[in-house]
Ligand binder design. Structure first.
Ligand SMILES: NC(=O)c1ccc[n+]([C@@H]2O[C@H](COP(=O)([O-])OP(=O)(O)OC[C@H]3O[C@@H](n4cnc5c(N)ncnc54)[C@H](OP(=O)(O)O)[C@@H]3O)[C@@H](O)[C@H]2O)c1
Length: 267
């Protein structure tokens, strides 16, 4: 699909980070946005800041995507305001790193609720609107960690593998509907997702590794417009896909690039 005037795009997790940068790019290309996050004020500020759409004002719906009722009501409201949904970006997510055994159960639950149920609810709520239009594109935000999970990121990696599995199957399942699906596997980009624990990161993950979000946004836009099955950003993330067939080799590569803490067990 082309992102242009007339494109009606719903983005979850739109108020900060990747969602905000992507929403800005989509609006700059003429799309009219439906913006979802929990914080109402952040959304309303963004709706005013975005490049204006010739098709009408950008719309907002504050919702916690981990709650089915809130998510379905928000998506229904946005579909009504925009007159339909052509592009859905299921992006909202949270991340807490830490040794599994020490991790507070509330942190682990939050990741499962937002990253698993949030993505599931977003797609469930939006698909009927998109099927009615018989055309459209869905972007699911997985992670490099959804390809190969890392120490201190056991639960996060598990949730992102769920996102991958959901999106991979749907791309095929929706083949005859006019709706396509792209799964995005970002490496490490400079957003607010780790602001709560900048001083307590896994040894294999430093703040200095983070890349500019604009690079990821460009790759996602290309993935949507050229209907890519997957977006690996930066491209080297693709190597992690090897983990399923050559886990030892993947561990060796990771150890060389990120040090022993990325794959401490020598098997
Ligand atoms: N940054 C990276 O390097 C990276 C790498 C791989 C994958 N990802 C994935 O990319 C996505 C976006 O990450 P980001 O780095 O842009 O994060 P971010 O800067 O923390 O932004 C997260 C956005 O999601 C919203 N959000 C959080 N919990 C929500 C909930 N329960 N319901 C609705 N909205 C919620 C936040 O707004 P409110 O707090 O107001 O709700 C915010 O707008 C996530 O799925 C993440 O796992 C990021």
């Amino acid at each position: 699909m082309r992102i242009q005037r007339g494109t009606r795009a719903v983005v979850t997790g739109a108020s900060r980070g990747i969602g905000r940068a992507l929403s800005t790019e989509l609006a700059g290309r003429g799309a009219r946005l439906g913006l979802v996050a929990r914080g109402k004020e952040g959304l309303e500020d963004l709706a005013v800041e975005l490049p204006a759409s010739p098709d009408g004002p950008h719309a907002t719906a504050a919702a916690d995507v981990s709650k089915w009722g809130q998510t379905s009501r928000a998506i229904d409201r946005l579909a009504k305001r925009l007159g339909g949904i052509d592009l859905l970006v299921a992006n909202a997510g949270v991340l807490h790193y830490g040794p599994f055994i020490e991790q507070e159960i509330e942190e682990a639950e939050a990741m499962v609720r937002v990253n698993v149920f949030g993505t599931l609810y977003t797609l469930k709520a939006a698909l009927p609107h998109m099927l009615a239009g018989r055309a459209g594109h869905i972007v699911v935000m997985s992670s490099a960690a959804g390809l190969r999970s890392f120490p201190w990121g056991a639960v996060y990696g598990g949730t992102k593998a769920f996102d991958r599995g959901l999106a991979e199957a749907l791309r095929h399942e929706l083949a005859a509907t006019g709706i396509s699906v792209t799964t995005v596997y970002p490496g490490e980009y400079g957003t607010t997702i780790l602001d709560h624990q900048r001083d307590r990161l896994p040894a294999w993950r430093t703040n200095e590794e983070e890349r500019p979000v604009s690079e990821l946004v460009d790759a996602i836009v290309e993935g949507i417009e050229d209907d890519h099955r997957a977006v690996y950003a930066p491209p080297a993330v693709r190597i992690l896909g090897l983990s399923g067939i050559a886990p030892r080799l993947t561990d060796q590569i990771l150890t060389r690039v990120r040090g022993r803490s990325a794959a401490p067990r020598p098997d």
